[in-house]
Design a protein around this ligand. Structure first.
Ligand SMILES: Nc1nc2c(c(=O)[nH]1)N[C@H]1C(S)=C(S)[C@@H](COP(=O)(O)OP(=O)(O)OC[C@H]3O[C@@H](n4cnc5c(N)ncnc54)[C@H](O)[C@@H]3O)O[C@H]1N2
Ligand code: MOO
Length: 334
C-alpha cells in the first residue's frame, strides 16, 4: 500500500504550507505556558517569526503525498458537497466545519444520502432532523473527518453521493407569507357561553412563521354554515390556507370533518399518528390546504399542527406518506 505521508524535518522558513506533525508549546516564564500551534496546523508565512521566537529553526512536518488531504480541506470539500441554498459554512476548526442556516426557514436534510456518507467510515455528517424550523445561525450539520490526513478518494466518494439525488443534501426553504382563513366552530363559542381560546393561538403560530390570519369567523355546530364559510374563504377571499377549529372528534356535535368533505376537499388524512394532535385532518380544495384542528391545539404547545404548518408555509404539499411517517417519534404526550 502506498504510504500516506511521511515525517520530515524542515527549516521553518521552508515549512510554509506544510502540516505540523505535533503540538508546539511556548513558555514565557511567569506569563504563559501553553500550546502555540496545534498538531495538524498548516504553517503560514506569518507563523515563521513566532516559531523562531520559541527557538524552533527546524520542525517536523507531515508531507502530504498526492492523493491525500489535510483534515480541514477534506471537511471543507464535504461541507461544500452538502451545501444547498440559504446555508452558510463556518471556517474549518480542528477538521470540523459547521453548516448554518442563513435565514429563518424550514431545514431540509436528506437522510438517505447522509446515511450513505456515514456508512463510508471515517467521514462524518452529523445533522439535525429534517423539517425543523430554524433561525438564522442555527447549526444544521457538522462535517468532520476522523484522521488528520485523509485519502482523497474517500472525499471524492462523498462528493459522488452528494451529487446523486434531487437537490442538495442540506438546504433551508424560506417561508411564504400565507393568508389564512380561520373558522372557529362550536355552538358554545358561537352563542357566547365561553370565550374563544383558539383564535389567539392560531394567529400566534402563523405569525411566528411569517403568515397571517386574514379573518376569524365563528360558526355553530352546523355543517352547512361551516361549508359556506369554507367556500367564502376559498372563492371570495382567495385564502391560501383554510383552518377550521374544534368539532374534530366523535360527538354528535362534531361536524368539522364531515363539513370539510362536504365542501369538496380531497382528504389526505383524517387522523394523524401523533399525540397530541391525533384528531387533525388535512385535505386540499384544489391546491389550497384545509385543516381541521382538534381541541388539543389550543392547549398543547406542540402538536401535529406544529409539525405540518411549517411545511405548508414552506410551500410543500403534504402527502399520505408524510402523515404515515409522523407516527415514529411522534409521541409527545396525551
Ligand atoms: N371518545 C372520544 N373522545 C375524544 C377523542 C376520541 O378519539 N374519542 N379524541 C380526543 C382528542 S385527542 C381531542 S384533541 C379532542 C378533540 O376535540 P374536538 O376538536 O372535537 O374539540 P371539541 O369537542 O369541539 O372541544 C373540546 C373542548 O374544547 C372547548 N373548545 C372548543 N373550541 C373552543 C374555542 N374556540 N375556545 C375555547 N374552548 C373551545 C370545548 O368547549 C370543549 O370543552 O377530543 C377528545 N375526545
Ligand atoms: O388530537 Mo388529540 O388531537 O391527540 O389531543
Amino acid at each position: 500500500m502506498k504510504q500516506q505521508s511521511m515525517l520530515e524535518e524542515v527549516k521553518v522558513e521552508e515549512a510554509v504550507g506544510m502540516v505540523l506533525a505535533h503540538d508546539l508549546t511556548q513558555i514565557i516564564p511567569g506569563q504563559f505556558k501553553g500550546r502555540l500551534f496545534k498538531k495538524g496546523h498548516v504553517i503560514r508565512e506569518e507563523d515563521i517569526p513566532a516559531l523562531l521566537s520559541i527557538g524552533k529553526e527546524h520542525i517536523y512536518t507531515i508531507r502530504l503525498e498526492a492523493g491525500y488531504l489535510h483534515e480541514d480541506e477534506a471537511a471543507f470539500r464535504m461541507a461544500k458537497a452538502a451545501q444547498g441554498s440559504q446555508v452558510e459554512l463556518t471556517d474549518p476548526h480542528e477538521g470540523k466545519i459547521t453548516l448554518k442556516a442563513a435565514i429563518h426557514g424550514l431545514a431540509k436534510i436528506d437522510k438517505a444520502r447522509i446515511d450513505r456518507v456515514n456508512a463510508l467510515d471515517q467521514v462524518i455528517m452529523s445533522t439535525i432532523k429534517t423539517n425543523t424550523v430554524v433561525a438564522p445561525g442555527k447549526p444544521l450539520m457538522g462535517t468532520r473527518v476522523i484522521p488528520l490526513i485523509m485519502e482523497e478518494a474517500k472525499i471524492a466518494a462523498v462528493e459522488r453521493i452528494a451529487a446523486d439525488g434531487d437537490g442538495p443534501i442540506v438546504e433551508v426553504k424560506p417561508f411564504r407569507k400565507l393568508r389564512a382563513g380561520l373558522i372557529t366552530t362550536g355552538s358554545e363559542v358561537f352563542k357566547g357561553r365561553i370565550q374563544d381560546k383558539f383564535g389567539p393561538i392560531v394567529r400566534e403560530k402563523l405569525a411566528a412563521l411569517g403568515s397571517e390570519v386574514i379573518e376569524q369567523r365563528m360558526a355553530p355546530d352546523d355543517s352547512d354554515t361551516i361549508v359556506r364559510e369554507i367556500h367564502r374563504f376559498l372563492h371570495e377571499d382567495r385564502a391560501d390556507l383554510i383552518l377550521v377549529t374544534g368539532g374534530m372528534s366523535v360527538d354528535p356535535d362534531d361536524r368539522t370533518p364531515g363539513a370539510i368533505k362536504q365542501a369538496g376537499a380531497r382528504v389526505v388524512s383524517y387522523g394523524t399518528p401523533m399525540l397530541p394532535g391525533s384528531m387533525l385532518l388535512i385535505g386540499y380544495l384544489g391546491d389550497v390546504p384545509v385543516m381541521g384542528l382538534p381541541g388539543c391545539v389550543m392547549h398543547d404547545p406542540y402538536t401535529s399542527f406544529d409539525v405540518l404548518l411549517p411545511r405548508i408555509c414552506a410551500g410543500e404539499e403534504i402527502t399520505r406518506e408524510d402523515i404515515m411517517e409522523m407516527g415514529y417519534s411522534g409521541l409527545y404526550g396525551c
